[in-house]
Design a protein around this ligand. Structure first.
Ligand code: SF4
Length: 266
């Protein structure tokens, strides 16, 4: 077994253990966020209700009806999300549920996480994990040219002089970083590969390639914001490894990238 394969197996074990922890964290934050939303709805009804005492009864009925609908929506979406996560299959319009998780719950969970002392990074990692499971649960497969491999520029060796942002084929494949291996995978599978130095370039790459699924490698922050920016386009996120700290000489397990491609290929 090569050094790289051993490192991958150890990493995979670590990943599997942290997957379960991330899922538990997401479920806990989902429960906490839904509870606070319901409290907020009740307050939204109760405070104006006291001020409506002198007005016709119909106003308080209307306000009460709106609040009940909001509570029902919050309860339904959080329960459906929970079932989707636990059963790992689409429940009640799961494509829309991913939208609710992306647009509504993630920003609120970051706030709730901060209130209870959980770092943004952990909340985002739990969200990425659940997002990946929801994207996988849809069960869609794609042709090679409908996929896009989107990589962060920090995967490139920091001492490399070749400029890859506009043309990744400038890489000389010396093997000093993951780019050489990713180019091999891209050529072998016929899947477009691109490097983004930031959100604007990433958006431009997506518009140019028009993929139906993005397999993206990045840190928690960039993956979570990328998933939000590109919604409803599905993004499967793979966290990069940062042995030298953020944004410097990061790497990704190529076996994990291959495995993800296999999962979504026709
Ligand atoms: S593999 Fe490519 S990108 Fe990485 S250091 Fe070598 S030439 Fe540069």
């Amino acid at each position: 077994m090569t050094k790289n394969e051993t490192a991958y197996l150890l990493l995979e074990k670590d990943i599997q253990e942290s997957f379960a922890a991330r899922k538990r964290l997401f479920i806990g934050l989902l429960g906490g966020t839904s509870f606070l939303l319901i409290i907020f709805c009740v307050l939204f009804w109760y405070i104006p209700y006291m001020g409506l005492q002198g007005l016709p009864q119909i106003f308080s009925w209307i306000l009460g009806g709106i609040v009940l609908i909001c509570i029902a929506l919050v309860t339904w979406s959080s329960l459906a999300l929970l079932l989707n996560i636990l059963l790992k299959k689409p429940i009640f319009f799961s494509r829309n549920l991913r939208g609710i998780a992306v647009k509504l719950f993630l920003p609120l969970m970051i706030i709730v996480g901060r209130l209870v002392g959980i770092s943004k990074e952990k909340v985002r990692a739990s969200f990425i994990q659940v997002n990946n499971e929801m994207v996988s649960a849809q069960g869609d497969t794609y042709k090679a040219n409908e996929l896009l491999l989107l990589m962060p520029h920090c995967l490139q060796n920091s001492l490399c002089r070749h400029r890859l942002t506009y043309n990744i084929n400038n890489c000389k494949r010396c093997g000093e970083c993951n780019i050489a291996g990713l180019l091999d995978i891209s050529e072998e599978k016929g899947i477009p590969l691109a490097i983004a130095t930031g959100g604007t370039i990433a958006r431009r790459i997506v518009v140019k390639n028009k993929p139906k699924l993005i397999i993206a490698v990045a840190c928690e922050r960039d993956l979570a914001s990328g998933i939000q920016d590109t919604y409803p386009l599905p993004v499967y996120g793979i966290l990069n490894q940062r042995p030298h700290g953020p944004c410097l000489d990061t790497w990704v397990a190529l076996e994990k990238v291959r495995e993800t491609i296999e999962r979504f290929s026709q």
